[in-house]
Design a protein around this ligand. Structure first.
Ligand SMILES: [Zn+2]
Length: 239
């Protein structure tokens, strides 16, 4: 997946120029490939090689990818990304829950291997672990798996209105999952996020400029609906 990112060194240079002169050259924004870890390495035309580290976990990155596909009218690709985002949110919950329950990460990895390519079994694991943490059952609307399966397994061509509704439901479900983690295992959730972030930082070659970035659609401090988030994203793409 390619995304638009600025060169970190050029950004720093521009900030310094602005500090000393009050004017600033426009920042170079480049299209660059995101690695599976959420790191984007950028080579600008001034010869800098820098790294932008996305602190967001996979469910956030994939959700945003779905939004971008939707805004470009690729409805089937959007459904695929939205459903992958929800599946990774289940995994995120399970990983944080294991921390909360004091189960070793080695045992989780060993167990996860057996369901790593089986999304419905992952959901099965999630739906049984969720009540252990929250003392509530998790209800997934039937239409979520119906549209996903029609698109992925039957080649159904999804209409924009049904994808918009689908995305809104996925958005609410992921925020519900994040809210449950925030309420019940905030320390473990941040430990999971920070551990992944440290791995990203550790992978950046020594001496290379880097910076963190993060999106806000699942930041519970902001009062967002899917519609308002999509409008924000649309505005950002225009600017
Ligand atoms: Zn540069």
């Amino acid at each position: 997946m390619k995304i638009l990112v600025p060169c970190i060194t050029c950004m720093k240079d521009a900030a310094e120029i602005f500090r000393t002169t009050g004017t600033s050259p426009s920042a170079q924004v480049l299209s660059a490939e995101m690695e599976d870890t959420g790191v984007v390495y950028v080579s600008c035309n001034r010869g800098h090689k820098t790294a932008m580290l996305h602190r967001n976990r996979k469910h956030q990155i994939l959700f945003e990818s779905g939004c971008l596909a939707f805004l470009d009218n690729y409805t089937n690709e959007a459904v695929s990304s939205f459903s992958a985002a929800l599946e990774r949110a289940y995994e995120f919950f399970i990983r944080v829950a294991y921390r909360k329950l004091g189960v070793s990460s080695a045992l989780l990895e060993l167990s996860w291997k057996q369901v790593a390519s089986l999304s419905e079994r992952q959901f099965g694991a999630f739906v049984l672990i969720y009540p252990i943490i929250t003392h509530e059952s998790f209800k997934r609307p039937q239409k979520i798996s119906e549209l996903r399966n029609k698109v992925i397994h039957s080649g159904y061509i999804a209409r924009s209105d049904e994808v918009f509704e689908y995305a809104g439901t996925v958005f609410s479900l992921i925020r519900k999952i994040v809210q449950a983690l925030q309420d019940k295992c905030s320390i473990e959730m941040w430990a999971e996020i920070n551990e992944a972030a440290e791995m990203q930082r550790g992978a950046v070659p020594p001496g290379m400029d880097w910076a963190w970035t993060a999106r806000t659609e699942f930041d519970l401090r902001t009062d967002l609906t899917f519609d308002s988030w999509l409008t924000e994203l649309k505005e950002e793409r225009r600017s």
